[in-house]
Design a protein around this ligand. Structure first.
Ligand code: SF4
Length: 131
């Protein structure tokens, strides 16, 4: 069906800038959430970590959330998994140690993470929502 020019439906795609702003806002909220869980609500963090599976492939993606961590060292030309290392490994921050804590954390990175999450058992879910 042809619409006259003035009646042509306008399909608005979200502007790339708006998408970027939303992504950065999600990253900022995630950083704050992980800081609280890693340093204050540590029991809750342990609970969430029990649902995590897999292992770190050292892709370095979580060290570039919002900004590139100044302690991230890049070994150019090294094989995959050895390209990145942490300059303060062993004394690094709790929130770095526990990444990712929940499936939504994986939406903040721009590369696939080596970790995945299993579903929380239903009985546990009901108890967790009462807390
Ligand atoms: S994003 Fe995942 S796999 Fe990559 S360095 Fe961080 S924890 Fe490891």
């Amino acid at each position: 069906m042809q619409f006259p020019q003035s009646l042509t439906p306008v399909v608005r795609k979200p502007a790339p800038l708006l998408e970027k702003v939303r992504f950065r806002a999600r990253q900022a909220a995630g950083k704050f959430r992980r800081f609280v869980l890693a340093n204050i609500q540590t029991e809750k963090a342990d609970e969430l970590l029990s649902l995590r599976q897999g292992e770190c492939t050292r892709c370095g993606a979580c060290c570039k959330i919002m900004f590139r961590c100044p302690f991230l060292i890049e070994h150019a030309g090294a094989p995959q998994g050895e390209i990145y290392s942490c300059g303060i490994y062993g004394q690094h921050f709790n929130q770095c140690r526990i990444f990712p804590l929940a499936p939504q954390d994986l939406e903040e990175i721009e590369e696939p993470c080596g970790y995945t999450f299993i579903e929380q058992p239903k009985a546990d879910k009901a108890q967790a929502s009462k807390r």
